[in-house]
Design a protein around this ligand. Structure first.
Ligand SMILES: Nc1ncnc2c1ncn2[C@@H]1O[C@H](COP(=O)(O)OP(=O)(O)O)[C@@H](O)[C@H]1O
Ligand SMILES: [Mg+2]
Length: 370
């Protein structure tokens, strides 16, 4: 299959900030862009050449996107597989629907990891008679993100708290006592070649990504093990495009896979400005069949801090705080409704100041809040 020729149209299923940043990278590479989302004012629909308004779980809407495009990709893994299959019949879609079929349900994802012997926490299907051992975390099998659709139970006494989450099918996972959370972002091309970004360290607040720094300060062998694990997972899935593997680093320096995202990932936003080729350009390169670019850091280090809607509580954040930091780069996603917990944007710092920024992200957010 030939690479997608410049001037052709890349269509994106989903219109959030990830789609917007993919579209911007695609345009820079000389492609036209289309995206499908239910709202004309969604982040991606604001910037693509061909905005298509329709529900992302609607087969006819997906077909309209396909007809407007020469090649398809996605920014959201929760699109129903049937819709993806319909779209993929009309136009080539990367990643393939078969990859999404494994990932979109946490149980099939965990079973896939188990089948291949990849390290993970003990888990099971959480039925009402489930035999989990405390402490445990229950997670909705589908449609959970940013810590939503999850519930932690430290003992049997907490069980009533789980009633709401258990209204939909869940998995249980033994709660992991980890030292830190890391993620490996990689791109896998149509030819199976991979390009791996420096391993990132992540902190979360309330289940939502808070800050990322790269490279994570890891012993060489741990870093190599994380990279090797992520590549094996991408190969086993036959993935094409960018993929993120979230992992827990335990106190004994062993690694457990937390979850796989078959798409560009929030913890890879530092690559935009931080690396020679961002995860967004790399994704476009991979799905379009172009040669993968250089994932190396430009200035040795980079950090990213998420800006959630909470920051708008008292009105517009004090952007002058960021303007005063040399090299800080603000990215806003064009969302007009800053609800708490909603990802409104992020900022990055590249170079020597990145580690301090990562450590002091909370203070900086306080200052931004005014
Ligand atoms: N088994 C676990 N043990 C300990 N912490 C966990 C576990 N699973 C998830 N978490 C915490 O919750 C966060 C969100 O969970 P995750 O499974 O990554 O779902 P989401 O799709 O919302 O990102 C993780 O980044 C981690 O901090
Ligand atoms: Mg996660």
């Amino acid at each position: 299959m030939d690479p997608l020729a410049r001037g052709k149209t890349l269509g994106i299923l989903g219109g959030g900030q990830l789609g917007r940043l993919i579209a911007e990278a695609a345009k820079e590479l000389g492609y036209r862009t289309a995206a499908l989302d239910s709202s004309r004012s969604s982040p991606a629909l604001q910037v693509v050449d061909i905005p298509i308004v329709g529900a992302v779980d609607d087969e006819l809407a997906a077909l309209r996107l396909a007809e407007a495009s020469d090649l398809l990709t996605l920014e959201w893994e929760l699109i129903p597989v049937k819709v993806l299959e319909t779209a993929a019949k009309a136009r080539t879609l990367f990643p393939a629907p078969s990859v999404l079929a494994v990932i979109r349900d946490r149980l099939t994802q965990r079973n896939f990891l188990a089948r291949h012997g990849f390290p993970q926490t003990p888990y099971g299907e959480a039925t009402t008679a489930a035999g989990w051992k405390y402490p445990v975390i229950l997670k909705r099998r589908t449609h959970g993100y940013d810590g939503k659709g999850q519930c932690r139970l430290l003992s049997e006494a907490d069980r009533p708290n789980a009633a709401e989450v258990l209204k939909a099918p869940c998995v249980w996972e033994k709660l992991v006592d980890f030292k830190t959370e890391i993620s490996v972002i990689l791109a896998r091309g149509r030819d199976g070649k991979t390009a791996v970004y420096p391993v990132a360290e992540n902190t979360h607040r309330g289940g939502i990504l808070h800050a990322t720094r790269a490279p994570a300060p890891l012993p060489r062998d741990v870093e190599a093990a994380a990279v090797a694990l992520a590549i094996k997972i991408a190969d086993a899935l036959g993935h094409v495009g960018v993929m993120a593997v979230e992992m827990f680093l335990l106190h004994d320096e062993s690694l457990l896979v937390n979850e796989i995202a078959p798409r560009v990932h929030n913890s890879g936003h530092y690559t935009l400005g931080g690396c020679a080729v961002s995860q967004f350009e790399q994704h476009v390169r991979a799905v379009c069949g172009l040669r993968l670019g250089d994932p190396g850091l430009l200035e040795g280090q980079a950090a990213m801090v998420n800006l959630l809607g909470d920051l708008w509580e008292k009105g517009e954040p004090k952007w002058s705080v960021l303007d005063a930091i040399p090299g800080a780069k603000l990215h806003l996603y064009g969302k007009s409704d800053p609800r708490p917990g909603r990802k409104m944007g992020h900022y990055t710092i590249v170079g020597a100041a990145a580690n301090t920024e990562f450590a002091r992200a909370d203070e900086r957010l306080e200052a931004l809040r005014g």
